[in-house]
Design a protein around this ligand. Structure first.
Ligand SMILES: NC(=O)C1=CN([C@@H]2O[C@H](COP(=O)(O)OP(=O)(O)OC[C@H]3O[C@@H](n4cnc5c(N)ncnc54)[C@H](O)[C@@H]3O)[C@@H](O)[C@H]2O)C=CC1
Ligand SMILES: O=C(CO)COP(=O)(O)O
Length: 310
């Protein structure tokens, strides 16, 4: 299948699934947006699709995979995952889960600095689609690319996905930084130190270091850590104003994956002996063990070290 795909089925009618559906529709694809609440038969909309997009949050990935395994997808269907999270049961990324479940299907990851509300307004943005199967990546590239949405490809799906996943933890920290009005120096220090922490974890989990300096790593870190549109940023910001995590999540519009990702990341870091000082403080904050101000103090009073150690 070359050029623009004709039929795209998107599973997950949340903010991101809806935005991706609109982008493909504007490119003249036939788009089915499927939600578990719609009552529509999933089999009928996936079996005719050239591309099946998973835009569910991480907790929706295992049940979605299970449904599709029962249905049995036609050979050659391209699977695209747009989830940014870590599975709390296995600690795996969505790419890993999809790869294990559908080893013989072309699998593509889409991740980048993509705040859906800005894309919905028609503002320009760029993203990355990544796959070990170049033809599949190119098909997805043409499916979504437009004058408003520039789509790059690469061949490091794990690194691409982990950039988008790990920056959500940093976005919580960044929201705290802004909520406490710590200033531009502090924010610059935080984001600059966040990147090597992401690289450390991301490369230990199989991503390539250079990928984290691209759109799906640094790009998404900057977008999410600087925007009140980010749900993860909002979690940190509102914690710093004194709201409880439960109150924030209750009122939040949509999913803040960083809350679960932080918990899973701390387990991974423990198992693999990875140094993740920012994530540790975000975790303690989310657990209610420390206040936002104490988290900042803890980060500032660590042993002095060389900038490029560990
Ligand atoms: N909103 C955004 O700007 C972007 C979001 N993402 C990622 O896309 C994913 C979805 O995000 P949003 O659409 O914003 O979240 P959302 O909260 O608006 O929607 C979540 C979607 O997941 C589905 N879902 C949740 N649990 C499920 C389950 N157990 N079974 C089946 N489906 C389930 C919901 O029905 C809904 O369609 C997240 O991993 C997020 O990090 C990625 C890029 C941009
Ligand atoms: O991933 C995103 C932007 O690239 C969306 O960020 P939030 O999930 O924090 O809203």
């Amino acid at each position: 299948m070359n050029g623009k795909a004709k039929v795209v089925t998107i599973i997950g009618a949340g903010a991101w699934g809806t935005t991706l559906g609109n982008l493909a529709f504007q490119n003249r694809s036939s788009v089915y947006l499927w939600s578990r609440h719609s009552g529509e038969d999933l089999r009928s909309v996936v079996c005719t699709a050239d591309v099946v997009v998973s835009a569910v949050s991480i907790k929706g990935v295992p049940p979605t995979i299970e449904k599709l395994q029962k249905i049995g997808l036609p050979e050659g269907t391209i699977l695209l995952t747009a989830t940014k999270g870590l599975d709390p049961v296995t600690t795996k990324t969505a790419f890993h889960l999809w790869r294990e479940a559908f080893p013989n299907f072309p699998l593509v990851v889409l991740s980048g600095p993509n705040l859906s509300k800005e894309i919905d307004r028609g503002l320009p943005a760029a993203t990355v689609v990544s796959s070990y199967e170049k033809t599949a990546a190119e098909t997805v590239q043409f499916l979504f690319a437009s004058e408003k949405f520039r789509v790059y490809i690469n061949d490091d799906p794990l690194g691409t996905e982990l950039g988008g996943t790990l920056k959500n933890v940093m976005a919580i920290a960044s929201g705290v930084c802004d909520g406490l009005q710590l200033g531009t120096n502090a924010k610059s220090a935080l984001l600059t130190r966040a990147l090597p922490e992401m690289v450390r974890v991301g490369t230990a989990l199989g991503g390539r270091a250079e990928t984290f300096f691209g759109l799906s790593g640094l790009g998404d870190l900057l977008a999410t850590c600087n925007s009140p549109l980010s749900r993860n940023y909002q979690v940190g910001y509102q914690l710093s104003l004194g709201l409880s995590l439960a109150e924030i999540l209750e009122r939040l519009e949509g999913t803040a994956e960083g809350v679960n990702t932080t918990e899973v990341l701390i387990r991974i870091a423990g198992d693999k002996n990875l140094y993740v000082p920012i994530a540790v403080q975000v975790h303690r904050l989310l657990q209610g063990e420390i206040t936002p101000a104490e988290a900042v103090t803890e980060l500032m009073r660590r042993d002095l070290k060389s900038e490029f150690d560990r």
